[in-house]
Design a protein around this ligand. Structure first.
Ligand code: ADP
Ligand code: ZN
Length: 218
């Protein structure tokens, strides 16, 4: 099963995606994480993505598509994956759907939308901290999900850092970009009847709702 997590930045795609990934034993693939890793390794792909990400803009579709198709062709995701941050445009969604239908014809494709008001998101992202250990990547929030020890990851003990693009100005830009693309994107998944929407007021409830829904669509 391939699960596409949709929703504005800061709606909990990463946090919820990681919980589902563990519970369902599916790999969690975040395009944002892959780009950040490429940037820190200064690869060609990283160099292409960096400027866009710093400004809160989307990396162009052709760059993103090439990267995700290569990743989805690997064996560890042959039985499915949780896609966090991909697709973000209708062009990406269509290309993804065609790619998976051809390459993994026996796997279902499901889209989950996390719907959270923008003002809640802005507050949330300003307080977000991420584990600096790339293989952990746990996400915390100073207000709603603080680490036990200040600045330290509960899970692996690494330092917590604030992402470059988690400042109010860039967050607002990312929200504008999201809303520019979201209607067409959601319409695509509504059109093929694979969209399930939740308003995740609290994490556990959202995860349980989604799991119930996925059981029914297996
Ligand atoms: P968030 O969802 O909180 O914005 P991500 O880590 O998913 O965080 O994405 C960070 C940035 O990475 C985006 O603002 C964008 O520049 C780039 N990015 C991630 N996924 C995509 C994608 N599917 N298409 C284009 N750009 C992307
Ligand atoms: Zn950690």
């Amino acid at each position: 099963m391939y699960i596409v997590m949709l929703g504005a930045p800061g709606t909990g795609k990463g946090t919820i995606g990681k919980i589902l990934s563990q519970d369902m034993n599916l790999k969690h693939l975040s395009t944002g994480d892959i780009f950040r890793e490429q940037i820190s390794n200064q690869t060609e792909l990283g160099k292409k993505a960096e400027g866009y990400m710093k400004q809160g803009l989307l990396v162009p579709d052709d760059v993103t598509m090439g990267m995700i198709k290569a990743r989805l062709s690997e064996d560890d995701v042959a039985d499915g994956a949780i896609l966090d941050g991909f697709a973000r445009t209708a062009v990406q969604a269509k290309a993804l759907s065609e790619f998976l239908t051809e390459k993994r014809p026996n796997q279902s494709q499901i889209a989950i939308e996390l719907n959270v008001p923008d003002d809640v998101i802005v507050k949330r992202l300003a307080g977000r901290l991420t584990c600096s250990n790339k293989s952990c990547g746990a996400i915390y929030n100073l207000e709603t999900r603080p680490p036990k020890e200040k600045g330290i990851c509960d899970i692996c003990g690494s330092k917590l850092v604030k992402r470059d693009d988690d400042n109010e100005e860039t967050v607002r830009k990312r929200l504008v970009v999201y809303h520019q693309n979201s209607q067409e994107l959601l319409d695509f998944y509504k059109g093929n009847n694979t969209l399930y929407s939740v308003c995740p007021k609290n994490l556990d409830e959202a995860v349980n709702n989604i799991k119930e829904h996925l059981k029914g669509s297996n």
